[in-house]
Write a protein that binds this ligand. Structure first.
Ligand SMILES: [Zn+2]
Length: 99
């Protein structure tokens, strides 16, 4: 699930160290995302620690492409928890996530 409302009460605050995916992830609004991407649209990233790739929903990918610094933490499918974005590389071009 995603929301573009920063005040959505289902959103977790700060770094999430709990296991599992969050119920809801914040994304930029469709209007904001439609203003144009400053990075290529990438669809998956690999966790450096476990070498496992995680694929994301389109709205999340578009949010990264519009604002590469939007997220501080991101989810690893294999580890089933969140880590700082610097621990991940984009599958498409090997660039660090969040840069
Ligand atoms: Zn992992």
């Amino acid at each position: 699930m995603i929301t573009d409302d920063p005040n959505d009460p289902r959103l977790k605050r700060g770094p999430s160290t709990e296991e599992g995916m969050n119920d809801v992830y914040l994304v930029l609004s469709e209007e904001e995302r439609s203003k144009g991407f400053v990075r290529p649209l990438r669809r998956s990233y690999t966790h450096i620690l476990c070498h496992t790739s995680t694929k994301m929903g389109l709205a999340l990918c578009e949010t990264y492409a519009r604002d590469p610094h939007f997220y501080g933490f991101t989810y690893c499918y294999f580890c089933n928890t969140h880590f700082p974005v610097i621990e991940f590389n984009w599958d498409e071009d090997g660039m660090p996530v969040g840069s």
